[in-house]
Design a protein around this ligand. Structure first.
Ligand code: KG4
Ligand code: ZN
Length: 343
């Protein structure tokens, strides 16, 4: 049995979790504590790095204690301490990683510095016991990419955004429409009452042979529509949100299809290979529905971790640490520093 404590502080959630793999191979989450700082940042319409770092300092000890208590474990029972080392906001990363280092040194446990994206990439192995290889679509506030997950530590980026991340496009659209932060869920909610055909927003890169994503043109089109119509009525806002979301889902499906075909060529054997969708935007129901339809058409199955594990959390960091610990991947002290950028 392996038990790992994970710590995540790369953005605006202070999180700690304990995951375990039982001797029969079954993974489980023993605790998963996430303290969101949304309220601290809402007044500013986005995450303020300085406020985030201070909030992590104040909250992290208590969050770790809560995660251990909920798991019913003491530090002595833990086999390794995992923490996000990057990419993310440098202040928060330093808080989490330094705390993990201190705990690892004091309790004499291995320290496991984890790439946040690897955490997202491996979550489906915790929730769905998925085998390698699979294709990962990571859509969050900071990232939009398709990753070929060939094995543990073997990741190849097949496509990424050339400008805004998808979550960023949702957040900026929300801001243009004066919808509250965080934008994604509010755009989705407003879109429910809207007419998706009222505006024809662009489908950036649709039909092109390169497999990448682009979303900044979409935001510009939203700005233009909003400016022309101002002042906006509630139904204008709903129509813009619905039209925006339709453009997003159509673009996404068109872009992702290219990498599904590439995966098919690389791995002709598996009958129904998996497309895993992760990151905060994966919470969006319209996007999930579009991806379901795409997977159906291309002979893939869509694997979407439960909503609380789609967004940022520490269970995914603990899990990536556990997989690395079990695989005996060499611990490298040179890796144990905070990196705002870490592809
Ligand atoms: O993965 P995540 O929690 O944090 C990182 O960015 O790493 O993702 C947050 C992003 C934000 O941009 C948020 O607006 C977006 O995910 N998001 C959504 C929805 N829920 C969260 N976007 C669209 N629809 C949603 N329901
Ligand atoms: Zn994330």
């Amino acid at each position: 049995m392996t038990r790992v404590l994970g710590i995540e502080t790369s953005c605006d959630e202070t999180a700690a979790a304990v995951v375990v793999r039982a001797d029969d191979g079954a993974p489980a989450i023993l605790s998963n504590v996430v303290l969101s700082q949304i309220e601290a940042h809402a007044a500013f319409g986005g995450v303020v790095p300085e406020i985030a770092a201070r909030a992590h300092v104040e909250a992290l000890d208590g969050v770790i204690e809560a995660a251990l208590a909920e798991a019913g474990l003491a530090l002595d029972d833990i086999d390794g301490i995992a923490a996000t080392a990057g990419p993310g906001l440098i202040g928060g990363l330093i808080v989490g990683l330094t705390t993990a280092k201190a705990i690892a040194a004091a309790a004499d446990k291995p320290l496991l510095p984890i790439n946040h994206l690897e955490g997202h990439a491996l979550t489906a192995r915790l929730t769905d016991r998925l085998d390698f290889p699979y294709l990962l679509l990571l859509v969050s506030g900071g990232h939009t990419q398709l990753v070929h997950v060939a094995g543990l530590g073997r990741y190849e980026r097949w496509a990424s955004t050339i400008d805004d991340a998808l979550g960023e496009a949702f957040d900026k659209t929300a801001k243009l429409l004066s919808l509250p932060y965080p934008g994604g869920p509010n755009v989705e909610k407003a879109a429910l009452a809207g007419n998706p055909k009222r505006f024809t927003f662009p489908r950036p890169l649709k039909g092109e042979a390169r497999p990448d994503f682009s979303f900044s043109g979409l935001k510009t089109a939203v700005r233009r529509a909003a400016t022309e119509l101002a002042p906006l009525s509630e139904s204008d806002i709903a129509d813009i949100c619905a039209s925006f979301q339709l453009a997003v889902t159509e673009t996404l499906a068109d872009r992702v299809a290219l990498s599904l075909k590439r995966f098919r060529k690389a791995h002709p054997k598996p009958k129904r290979p998996a497309l895993v969708v992760a990151g905060g935007v994966a919470a969006n129901a319209a996007i999930r529905t579009a991806l379901e339809a795409l997977c159906e058409r291309e002979g893939f199955r869509l694997v979407a971790p439960p909503l609380n594990l789609c967004g940022d959390n520490a269970a995914m960091i603990a899990w990536a640490g556990l997989e690395r610990l079990e695989a005996g991947l060499p611990e490298d002290d040179a890796l144990a520093f905070a990196r705002p950028r870490w592809p």
